[in-house]
Design a protein around this ligand. Structure first.
Ligand code: ES4
Ligand code: ZN
Length: 326
């Protein structure tokens, strides 16, 4: 299939990826053994069988528990290296990845251990393959704004290695407005900000992310089409939406990939693109997401090129580097 070949061969960028969500069951078991941790699953197969989610929260419960096997700088390095190898195999040339420091500092893992391990692998991928990268510190929205401020304080000595800030975790009941002061501080530090919004939450949360958190991208945003005024605002501002199709299916945000609104988002003039979110849990990395959409939505070559170009345009690469790939 020509379009499938195009998907595989095109240079691509990944803008919505949680590094903790790339922890494959095999590595989870290997790290558990190395670190003397016992997992409540008998085997890799039993663990994979538990990846049958009913909503975002049922996934997050497993995702936070799984991340408990990550303990040392070497663990975070190996996790990130394995992801970057898979991305490179998909012809991904630039990544902007999230990490959730609060998931680890709450277990007594030092902030620097997490950051150093991830950065080791990102730097190595830059040297080995010329892969460029950005690292986004994502705050957990189920925690308080004060806890976010405490995490930001821990990040301050490392700001030269943190490229931006994000907001993730349980969306319903934790609107962006809860973090307005924290994100104002992030902007004062001169860093771009993004937020998950309109995944399970209503269009109002997307409005808040734009108006109160002043984000430059919306992560997911698939519920935006419910509000025509919001669609107008997103189109006029050319605000990118980092859509994650396989994630939306696995978390029951949409009931079937064939009914995903990806094409409608593009037709409404929105800068949507495809990303992989938590690929170890949702059944595939970037090419798998694009190939699944091609199949279920019958994406054309033009649509694939638009999605990939939107992703480069939405990236934080300087314009000269974007020109290389567009
Ligand atoms: C996430 Cl899919 C999703 N949504 C919100 N927060 C997250 N953290 C990791 N994956
Ligand atoms: Zn996400």
């Amino acid at each position: 299939q020509d379009v499938d070949d195009l998907i595989r061969r095109l240079p691509k960028t990944e803008l919505h990826l949680h590094i903790e969500g790339t922890l494959e069951p095999e590595m989870m078991f290997a790290l558990a053994q190395r670190n003397g941790i016992s997992l409540p699953y008998a085997s890799v197969e039993a663990l994979r069988a538990a990846y049958d989610f009913s909503n975002l929260q049922s996934f997050l419960d497993l995702y936070y528990a799984g991340a408990g096997v990550l303990q040392t700088r070497q663990d975070f390095y190996e996790l990130t290296r394995a992801y970057l190898q898979r991305a490179h195999a998909d012809n991904v040339v630039h990544v902007e990845i999230f990490f959730d420091p609060q998931t680890h500092t709450a277990r007594g893992i030092p902030f620097a251990t997490v950051l150093d391990g991830i950065r080791d692998a990102l730097d190595e991928a830059g040297c080995t393959w010329g892969m460029s990268s950005r690292l986004i510190l994502s705050f957990l929205r189920h925690l308080s704004e004060d806890e976010g401020f405490a995490t930001l304080a821990e990040a301050l000595p490392h700001l030269d290695r943190i490229d931006g800030f994000g907001l993730d975790s349980s969306e319903l009941g934790h609107p962006p407005s809860k973090f307005a002061m924290l994100f104002a501080r992030c902007h004062e530090l001169g860093k771009p900000c993004v937020a998950h919004a309109g995944e399970e939450g209503p269009p109002e949360y997307v409005w808040e992310a734009l108006e109160l958190l002043k984000v430059c991208r919306i992560d997911h945003g698939v519920r935006s089409l419910e509000d025509p005024a919001l669609v107008k605002r997103l189109a006029e501002g050319a605000v990118p939406l980092t859509v994650c199709p396989l994630s939306n299916v696995r978390l029951k945000v949409v009931d079937d990939l064939a009914r995903h609104n990806l094409r409608q988002l593009l037709q409404a003039g929105l800068k949507a693109m495809v990303n992989s979110d938590d690929p170890a849990y949702f059944g595939g990395y970037l090419n798998a997401n694009l190939l699944a959409c091609r199949q279920s939505l019958d994406l054309s070559a033009d649509e694939v090129v638009t999605l990939v170009n939107n992703s480069f345009e939405a990236s934080w690469l300087p314009d000269v580097d974007k020109q290389r790939w567009l």
